[in-house]
Design a binder for this molecule. Sequence first.
Ligand code: MN
Length: 729
Amino acid sequence: MFNPLDFSHEADLTIEELCRRVKNTNPDADLELLKKAYEFAELHHRPQKRSSGEPYIIHPLNVAATLIKLKMDLESIAGGLLHDVVEDCDVSEEEIEKEFGEEIRDIVVGCTKISKIKFKTKEESQAENFRKMVVAMAKDIRVIIVKLADRMHNMLTLQYVSKEKQNKKAQETLDIYVPLASRLGINSVKSELEDLCLRFLHPEVYYRLAEKVAMKKSEREKYIKDVVREITEKLSEYSMKGDVSGRSKHFFSIYKKMENRGVDFDQIQDLLAFRIISANITECYKALGIIHSSYTPVPGRFKDYIAIPKVNNYQSLHTTVIGPKAARIEIQIRTQEMHEVAETGVAAHWAYKEKGKKIPNKLKWVEELMEYNRDIKKSSEFMDVVKNDLDMGGIFVFTPEGDVKELRYGSTPLDFAYAVHTDVGNRCVGAKINGKMVPLKYKMKSGDTVEILTSKTQVPSKDWLKIVKTSRARTKIKQHLLKIERQKNKTLGEEVLEKALKEFSTNIKSLDKKGELKKAYDVLHVKNAEELCLHLGSGRFNVKHVLQNISSIDYKEEEQDQNKTKKIESLYSKISQSAKRTSNSDNAVVVDGMDDIEVRMGRCCNPIPGDPIIGFITRGRGITIHTKSCQRVLEIEDIRKIEVEWNSAYSFRHPVNIRVITHDRPGILSRITNNLHGNSVNIKSAIAKSLPDLKGSFLFEIEVKDYAEFLKVVSIIESMEEVISVTRT
Ligand code: MN
C-alpha cells in the first residue's frame, strides 16, 4: 500500500526515535554520529525557544526527520540537526569541522549562507536569490535539500509568527523553494510546500477547500475504497497485480485549476487521484489499457511521461477517466522505482548510495537547472526576470572540475582564463567549450564547461583588449603590455645613454657610483638610473637634457663638434621613431605628439574625453591627467604641468561618478538602472541612500566613452519624472 510522505510537525520527537527510524532502513548506520550531532545541537540551542514556545531543538529534530523520510544519507541528517548552530548559536565553522568533518561542515555552512541571502519581495531580487541558490547548489545539492527540509518545518509552524512574516515567508517559499523542489523532482516536498503556501497566502481559499473536502469526508473515503477495490478486481481479471491507492488531490493543484480555468470549487470535478504501482513498464501500459477499456477516458488528458520523462526525471502515465458514479478521476500508473523518484527526486540517489559509490554528478544537475531556467522563462513572469537577470548581469560557466565562475554576459574564454588566474590568462592559447575547440572570441553561455589551453611561450597581445569583456581581464592584459613596454623602453634608453656617454669616455655605472647623476635625477624628477633610462627610452626626456645635467660632462650644444652632436641627435631621433612606431590607441591622452607614455587619470576628477585637461609629470609614475577645473591644478607647481590632448583614436570607456537625487518612490533604483541598461550604459556600481525628506540619493559609477556620451546619460536620467537632480561628482 502506497503512503504519501507525511511531513506533519512532530512535537514529541526524540533522537532515540530518529535513530530507530534510521536503523529501520539502514541497519549499518553510524548512529553515534547522529547522537553526537544531536547532543551538540541540543547543548547550543538549549537557551533558545521557538516562536511556538517549544524548546528550539524540536526544530532541528523535525528537519532531520524529514531528511530521513526522504531517505537522505547520514551526513545530510546530521547536517539537518546542526543546520542552525552556526547562524543562531555563534558556533564557528572550524568547530563544526573539528567535531564532524569537512563534509558536514560544508552542509551546515551552505545552509547558513543561504539563510543570509537577503530575500526581498521584489521580483528583481528574487531572480538574484534564485541565482545564488543555484550557485550554492553547484557545490553540494544536499545543502538545498537540507534547506528545503528546514523551510518545510518552518512553514509547518508558521502560525506562530506575525501575519506579516507569514506572508513574506510563504511568498518566498512559493517563489524560490517550490520551483527548486520541483526541479529537483522532490514532488512530495513540493506539494506539501504548495499547500502550506496556499494556507498562508490565500487562507480563505485554503479553508474553504478544507471545509468542502471535510464535509464529504466519509462519503469520499467510501468512494475511494470502492474505486480501489474495483480497479484491483479489473486488473486481476487479466491476472495482473498492482498496488492501487487513492487520495484527494493537493489543495494547491485544485486551486491552480480553479485559477487557470476560472471556475469555482463546485465546478472542479476531478478532486480525487488514484495511483497504480505496477511491476514493470509493460505492466504499466497493460494497466492503462485495462483502465481505458473499463472507464471512458477524458479526451486530451492522457500523458505518457514514461516514454517522455519530465526534465526532472519524473516518469508516469497520467490519464483522467469518468469513474463510477460519473465522477472524473485522475489515474497515475508507474513502477515502484519511478514512484520513489517521483516522491523524493534527487534525494532518491542518496537512498541507495552504497559505500564508495559516487553521488550523482553535481555539475549535471546544475546544468539542467540552468536549462530549466531557460525552459520556463517563456511562460512565467518570475522566470522572465531570471532571464533578464542572467542576460544583463552575468553567466555561470564551469571549470572542468565543476567549480562555478560568474562572468559578465558576453564574456569570452579569455575572460574566464583571467578569472581563474592571471598566469592562465597571460598564457592562454585557446579553449575548449564542452569539449570542442572554439576561437578565443567565442561568447560563452551559462552552463558551458570551459577548459583553457595554455602555452609557456604565449604572451598577451593588444588585440586581446578587443576580445575581453571583463574589466579584470582588461586590466591584467594592460598591465602585462605595459610591463613589456617599460622593459623595452628601459633597454632602449639604456642603450642610447650608454652610447652618448661613450662619446665622453664614461658610462652610467661609473657616473652613478660617483654620484654625478644626482643632479639629473633631481631636475628630471626621477629616483634612479633605471627610471631615467625608462623615460629616455619612452621619449619623454631627450639625451641632451640628460647630458646637460651631468656636472662632469661639459656639454654645450653649439660648441660641440658637429660629429658628436649629429650622433646624439640621431640617437634622439631613434627614440622618437621608436616611440612613433609603438604609438597606438591604447592611451587616452596624447602627450607632446607621443602617446606611449604611462598616463593615469586623476582619481579626484575622473576626466573623460571632451573635458578640458592638463597633465602633471609625477615622480616615476608617468603623467597624471586632471580636468582644468580640478582643485589639484591650483596646488601643483607650474614646472610640472604639461600640455596634453585627448587621443581621438582611443575608444575605451571611462568611469565617471554621478549623483542622482530623486523623490523616494518604490522601484526607482531599478527603473533608473533598467533605463540606463536599455540605453547600453554600463553601470559599474550603485549606492542607494534614503534622505530624510522623502528623497532618495543614488551614487552611480558608470562608464562612458566621452563627454558627449556622458551628457546623453545625464539627459536620460534627467528625463525621468521622479528625478530631481543629476550631478557629476
Ligand atoms: Mn532552521
